[in-house]
Structures are given as C-alpha cells and as structure tokens.
Design a protein around this ligand. Structure first.
Ligand SMILES: [Zn+2]
Length: 235
C-alpha cells in the first residue's frame, strides 16, 4: 500500500480512537479526582480521631487535677479554723498558699472548658467527615462502575485499533508522521484532502497540475494553503 493510502488509513483509525475517547468522556479524570478526595478526607479523619483521643486524655487528667486541687484547698481552709495556726505570719503564708491553689484551680477549670468545647467540635467534624466520606465512596463506586462498563464495551475495539495503528505507522517515515500529527491536530482530525477538479477539497485552494500529477503518482504532496496531505483517485 502506498504511503498516502497508509496516511488516509491512519487518519481513519485516529478518528475512531478519538470517538472512543469521547465516549469515555471525563469519567477517568472524575474517578481519579474522587479517589484523591477520598484519600484526603480519610487522612483528615484519621488525624482528627487522634486529636480527639488526646483531648479526651487531657480532659481526664485535668478533671483529676481539678478534683485534687479542690480537695487541697478545702483541707487548707480547714486548717485556718482548726486552731493549728498560731501567728499572723503563719496565717499570711497559709492564705498565700490557698490563693496559689485557687489560681491553679481556676486555670485548670478554664483549660477544661476549652478542652471540652474542642472535643465537641472535633466529634461533630468527625461525624461530618464520616458522612461525606460515605457519599464520596458511593459516588466513586458508581462512577467506577460506569467507567468499567464503558471500558469493557470499547476496550476490545480500542485495542484492535491501537494495534492496527502500530502496524500502519511502522511504514511511515518519522518526519512525515510528525507532519501528519501536526496537521491532524491543527485541522481537527482532517489531515488528508482529496483533489476535486484541481481544487483542495479541504480548503478550496487551486492545486497546480504538477502537484495533481504527483498526487496521482501516489507521491506525498501537501496543499500549499491548508497543508493537508493531498490524494487523487483516478477517474
Ligand atoms: Zn487545502
């Protein structure tokens, strides 16, 4: 088969492959986006769960500290009235200790309030993340099923076309193939044009007789205006 006929065949195969890609649409990229989103939500969920666990541990130790400090303060207060204090100096020292413990208690109680509200926020966020993860997983599953169904339908055809394409391009010189690829892209899938009545069918430009003869001889010639590969079938 002449090179020009190989190029025409290649264009036909490429157009069929293009249709297959169009049929698959944006499903492959959607599946990849959803997989990424799923990973992100999962990892954020994991770190929040660790945070929640640590917050609960802090709450427990703060609660213990609040309890022991309260007990300590009331024991100290008891000493103020049980007659064990004899001097003003001892009394002042005791009051200072009580104030210190009260401040500590106040700090720990404030921390506890913050920790508890943090725990509440985290629990709510984890619940929301879990719900959105379920939604993402469901959507991903259905998109993947759609994709696989379509892939199955076309993969056999796609494989056959790709193997046909490899066979065709083997015979075409590299620079010709490169030129074909450029024109194919620029001319939206129409890289070849027939000469009809000495005109390029693709753009209507006049084709000189010398070029027409070369096309008839199956030489590789291109339209001077639109660059498409020209061919002419004998009348
Ligand atoms: Zn042309």
């Amino acid at each position: 088969m002449s090179i020009i006929n190989q190029i025409i065949l290649l264009q036909d195969v490429d157009n069929k492959l293009f249709e297959i890609e169009k049929l698959l649409g944006d499903l492959p990229s959607k599946v990849s986006d959803l997989t990424k989103e799923e990973d992100e939500v999962k990892s954020s969920l994991e770190s929040k769960e660790v945070d929640l666990k640590n917050t609960s541990v802090s709450i427990n130790s703060n609660e213990t500290l609040v309890q022991t400090t309260s007990q300590k303060i009331s024991a100290l207060k008891d000493k103020l009235v049980d007659g064990s204090i004899n001097t003003n100096k001892e009394y002042d020292a005791m009051m200072e200790t009580i104030d210190f413990e009260k401040n500590l208690l106040n700090d720990k109680e404030n921390e506890l309030i913050d920790l508890m509200s943090k725990k509440e926020v985290l629990s709510k966020e984890i619940e929301e993340d879990k719900a959105s993860l379920d939604g993402i997983i469901d959507e991903l599953k259905s998109k993947k099923e759609d994709l696989n169904k379509k892939m199955e339908e076309v993969s056999e055809e796609q494989n056959a076309l790709q193997s046909e394409r490899s066979d065709i391009v083997k015979d075409i010189a590299e620079d010709t193939l490169e030129k074909y690829t450029q024109i194919y892209k620029a001319r939206k899938g129409v890289a070849c044009s027939e000469i009809l009545d000495n005109n390029c069918e693709g753009c209507g430009a006049y084709i000189p007789p010398q070029i027409v003869n070369e096309a008839l001889a199956k030489d590789i010639v291109n339209c001077g205006t639109c660059s498409r590969f020209l061919f002419k079938t004998e009348n």
